[in-house]
Design a protein around this ligand. Structure first.
Ligand SMILES: Cc1cc2nc3c(=O)[nH]c(=O)nc-3n(C[C@H](O)[C@H](O)[C@H](O)COP(=O)(O)OP(=O)(O)OC[C@H]3O[C@@H](n4cnc5c(N)ncnc54)[C@H](O)[C@@H]3O)c2cc1C
Length: 359
């Protein structure tokens, strides 16, 4: 039997950020990772503190931003890869009213460090933006494909990665330990994204305050198209009805869609049509669609993640529900979770899996 402190199941950004906590604290662990649902790889990898539809800050924005930028820069150095790109985000204004709303928002305490108090003129004739742009501060872009590939290689070097599906039937609990095949571990952390729907230890449904049953993790499918456009010549991220994200070599990631009904990871013609139609309204130069990808965001009804255990002193732990902003929020959430498990610090009620539910 190999003695461990932790077994981690799932290596998306939730798994990676918790592994970094374990590594930094010299914990012994292995990670199981295999499956079809991989939200992190598909993600645009944008670090952005602001809801750009309404000009409001995201929950806990300052903590998320300072933590995530430091986390990805440190990881870039550790793995010796160009993971993080400091890239500005421009929000296209649709009207004078939006310009005014931006200026009012940029004056508010909670937003002044994120919104540039200026209307930027458009000087790219290939972009339709007669009302100009607002610039968001503290934004950046993560190469999530490179992140997952490099982190797997990093774990493999120390034999910490097992590229197998975790078989829940093999999990046993004995003497306050988790037994799984030849491993004996103090705790197990499930960070499986949307695939948690198949985990018998994760509650399928809960009873809410109104005594109604509801699902804990809800799928929110997102699709992107990758387009090539040598004429576009865009060096920053753009946001209007969709995001346009420069990838280099005249390639751009354009999206995403939001679909709560379809929980398959197949790409669809409808999504492609919708994205092409929207893109044509924003840019007026030719482009060619060269690829399309789809993933499932693990979202929750109240848009807050699920961290922690279901019962006191439990050694089965969950780290899920990262929703639409997991790349931005995972590093600071992993720290909260680690401090909770190891040092008994309370989790904020908003993110505690036990919040306002009767089990
Ligand atoms: C289209 C799209 C765009 C997005 N854009 C952004 C963005 O720009 N910025 C941002 O901050 N967030 C963004 N997000 C959200 C972000 O990607 C997610 O919140 C985050 O990736 C969720 O990470 P996760 O680790 O929980 O899940 P995942 O990334 O899905 O990882 C879970 C892993 O667990 C593995 N697994 C599951 N079950 C098992 C098992 N039984 N055994 C072994 N392995 C298992 C899976 O194979 C997978 O590798 C986007 C998401 C999508 C889909």
């Amino acid at each position: 039997m190999k003695e461990l402190d932790y077994i981690v199941v799932g290596l998306g950004i939730a798994g990676i950020s918790i592994c970094e906590q374990l590594k930094n604290n010299n914990k012994r662990f292995v990670v199981f990772n295999k499956g079809n649902y991989t939200s992190t790889i598909v993600s645009a990898g944008i670090i952005n503190p602001v809801v750009l539809k309404r000009f409001t800050p995201v929950w806990n924005a300052s903590n998320h931003i300072s933590s995530s930028i430091l986390f990805y820069k440190t990881l870039s150095e550790k793995l010796a890869i160009p993971l993080f790109e400091d890239m500005p985000m421009l929000r296209i204004f649709k009207s004078n009213e939006e310009q005014n709303n931006w200026m009012v928002a940029s004056d508010k305490n909670e937003l002044s460090s994120f919104l540039h108090p200026e209307i930027i003129k458009n000087d790219n004739q290939n972009i339709n933006a007669p009302f100009g742009f607002g610039k968001v501060k503290s934004t950046g872009k993560i190469d999530t494909v490179l992140l997952i590939k490099s982190y797997k290689e990093y774990l493999k070097k120390t034999n910490c990665l097992i590229e197998e599906s975790f078989n829940y039937k093999e999990l046993q609990q004995k003497d306050n330990h988790i037994i799984y095949n030849s491993y004996r571990s103090k705790k197990i952390i499930f960070s499986e994204g949307f695939a948690t729907k198949d985990n018998p230890y994760f509650p399928k449904e809960i009873i809410n305050n109104k005594n109604l049953s509801e699902k804990l993790i809800l799928p929110n499918k997102g699709e992107y198209i990758i387009v090539k456009s040598p004429e576009l010549q865009l060096n920053n991220m753009l946001k209007t009805t969709l995001f346009i994200i420069p990838l280099g070599d005249d390639l751009y990631k354009v999206g995403a869609t939001y679909d709560r009904e379809d929980d398959s990871t197949n790409t669809t013609n409808n999504a492609k049509k919708e994205l092409v139609m929207k893109l044509k309204k924003i840019i007026n130069c030719p482009f060619e669609v060269v690829d399309q990808i789809a993933g499932i965001r693990p979202t929750t009804r109240d848009r807050r993640p699920f961290l922690g255990t279901l019962k006191e002193n439990e050694n089965i732990i969950f780290y899920n529900g990262l929703g639409t902003r997991g790349i931005t929020s995972a590093p600071s959430l992993a720290e909260l979770l680690y401090q909770h498990i190891e040092n008994n610090k309370s989790l904020p009620n908003e993110v505690d899996i036990k919040r306002h539910y009767k089990w």
